[in-house]
Design a protein around this ligand. Structure first.
Ligand code: PEP
Ligand code: MG
Length: 312
């Protein structure tokens, strides 16, 4: 009976012993949000990558145009939680209206929230559009900044977001943000770990390099140790910690992340059912044991093996 229940899992996310884990989707626009909602298993959107809509644009989209796009995604989710990320321009996603075309080291350059150093008005306009889109939406709209590295950046972002009546959070994708997670969580209402970049920056290995795939593996124990630190900061402050990188789509790693203190997993919608089913077969104690074993492992292969031995 239990196996049949798991096979028919339709959400909400729960471990076998009933510990809630929100299963959310990553989306790029209204159309992808509508198809995510149509799956009928997601508890909301955990990452709306707003920059993807503007990759081809020579100049900044108007506030009205942005408002329409954001409202479309919020409405597609029918009142469920929506986490919208401010523009993550730069590096692998250059935007012509903000990104300097010849930075020496774009992954470490003016990327994400750092555009406030060069184009503060672009972020202001986006926050105005987000506030307008959320106004009267009747849904919780959370707004988070990418590429936060310092407590001061988190504080400045939170003030701007709160000033517009929205819920502020930041992504943890730079090792400094993981190290300072407790102080950062004192400034914002939630954090979401971007494991793609957190792995890239922790391992000093380009996430786009096929040659370095063994290094850009979220099972690297150093990456898991940073996730553990962020999870502990969430427990200490009582604030939500999520994961929205590709790691959240790995059903085995999902159990490890939950064991490290992660309360929501946001992944490509097509991967969500497998993640939900995997969590439904394991207890929180098993997740915690797998997490400890994975962090203590010598490398990613050993971490996977240790987790598999406990989580099945
Ligand atoms: C990440 O870095 O894990 C993340 C979710 O952001 P992106 O993949 O858009 O850089
Ligand atoms: Mg990222």
């Amino acid at each position: 009976r239990r196996a049949a229940e798991v096979a028919q899992w339709r959400g909400p996310g729960r471990t076998a012993d009933g510990h809630p884990v929100q299963i959310l989707g990553n989306v790029a626009d209204g159309a992808s949000a509508r198809s995510a909602a149509a799956l009928g298993i997601l508890e909301g959107v955990g990452l709306f990558r707003t920059e993807l809509a503007f990759l081809e644009r020579p100049d900044e989209p108007s506030v009205a145009e942005q408002e329409r796009l954001y409202r479309e995604v919020i409405e597609a989710m029918g009142g469920a939680k929506v986490v919208i990320r401010t523009l993550d321009a730069g590096s692998d996603k250059p935007l012509r209206f903000v990104t300097h075309p010849d930075e020496d080291n774009p992954a470490m350059g003016v990327r994400g929230n750092r555009i406030v150093a060069t184009h503060p008005e672009v972020r202001d306009h986006q926050l105005d559009a987000l506030a307008a889109a959320a106004d009267g939406a009747g849904a919780p709209v959370w707004v988070m900044a990418p590429m936060i590295a310092t407590v001061a950046e988190a504080r400045e972002f939170a003030a701007q977001v709160r000033g517009r009546g929205l819920v502020p959070g930041v992504m943890v994708e730079v090792p400094s943000a993981a190290i300072l997670a407790e102080k950062i969580l004192a400034e914002v209402d939630f954090v979401s770990i971007g494991t793609n970049d957190l792995t890239q920056y922790t391992m000093a290995a380009d996430r786009m390099s096929a040659d370095l795939a063994a290094l850009t593996d979220p099972w690297q124990p150093a990456v898991l140790a940073l996730v553990e630190r962020v999870g502990a900061a969430g427990a200490a402050t009582g604030k939500p910690v999520g994961v929205c990188g590709e790691a959240a789509a790995d059903p085995l790693l999902a159990g490890v992340l939950v064991g490290l203190g992660v309360g929501s997993l946001s992944c490509a919608p097509a991967a969500a059912a497998a993640v939900g089913r995997a969590l439904a077969t394991v207890t929180l104690d098993q997740c915690a044991a797998a997490a400890q074993a994975a962090v203590a492992a010598d490398g990613p292969a050993q971490a996977r093996e240790a987790a598999r031995a406990i989580l099945g």
